[in-house]
Design a protein around this ligand. Sequence first.
Ligand SMILES: NC(=O)c1ccc[n+]([C@@H]2O[C@H](COP(=O)([O-])OP(=O)(O)OC[C@H]3O[C@@H](n4cnc5c(N)ncnc54)[C@H](O)[C@@H]3O)[C@@H](O)[C@H]2O)c1
Length: 255
Amino acid sequence: MNKKLLQDKVAIVTGAGRGLGEAVARAYAAEGAKVVVSDIDPNAAHRVADSIEGATAVPCDVRVPGQVEALVEAAVKLHSRLDIMVPNAGVARVAPLVATSYEDWRDVTSVNLDGVFLCIRYAAPAIIASGGGSIINMASVTAKAACALIGSYAAAKAGVVSLTQTAAVELRAHNVRVNAILPGFIDTELVKSHIPEFEQQLKLPDFGAVVAQRQGRYGTVEEVANLAVFLASDRSSFSNGSGFVLDGGVSSSLL
Ligand SMILES: NC(=O)c1ccc[n+]([C@@H]2O[C@H](COP(=O)([O-])OP(=O)(O)OC[C@H]3O[C@@H](n4cnc5c(N)ncnc54)[C@H](O)[C@@H]3O)[C@@H](O)[C@H]2O)c1
């Protein structure tokens, strides 16, 4: 029998209570990993972990250094090692920059950028102590091309791409690879919950039609999870410091 791609690897996925994080957790487990399912929402983390063989729920707010440190400690205590970290937790606020409150700016950047920094900061030493591994940051194609009304989110995601590059260079000698995934619009609650605001503020009759015209269709969480499996596995052994765009071509087309 072929060995699974992530057999016996230990992985933490943050924001895994639903959406992309949940799909990544499921895909990792299907490839043999022991997954620590983390989310700010304990019920969501437990719901997902309880339905995945070998998974454990460890709630954590990625904005809080002590909680991220405790998350990594819990994973190592459970499984005596850590191989993979996926800082995936993210939030968005929909408003033009000039109407964005400082509180909303800080909220978005603290989850999407500070949270990724904290995950790298605390997970990397544990991965190094385990002999090396992989960190996969969930960025966004908005790091590369503007999308009106989500400037704070896009700025945080551009910061994630930069953090990915620095971490990759600094950790390369320790056998830790660091890459980022830059999805376009994927069919999740994050997108669905903000569609009315986009339609109202940009005066679009049908946001779905715009996505269809620009991207072809929404991406699926499984399509993102497939890339996350590749980046966590030895199949991507020469990929380091890179941002992998997954957007149906939207960021490389004019029309
Ligand atoms: N859906 C998309 O189109 C899309 C595109 C590009 C990038 N992304 C990124 O992918 C990631 C997942 O997005 P999604 O669409 O699955 O979102 P989602 O809203 O469906 O899920 C996000 C999860 O993160 C959790 N979370 C929120 N704040 C947290 C915090 N402070 N600490 C820990 N967990 C927290 C939520 O409880 C939720 O379970 C995010 O980083 C998002 O920015 C999504």
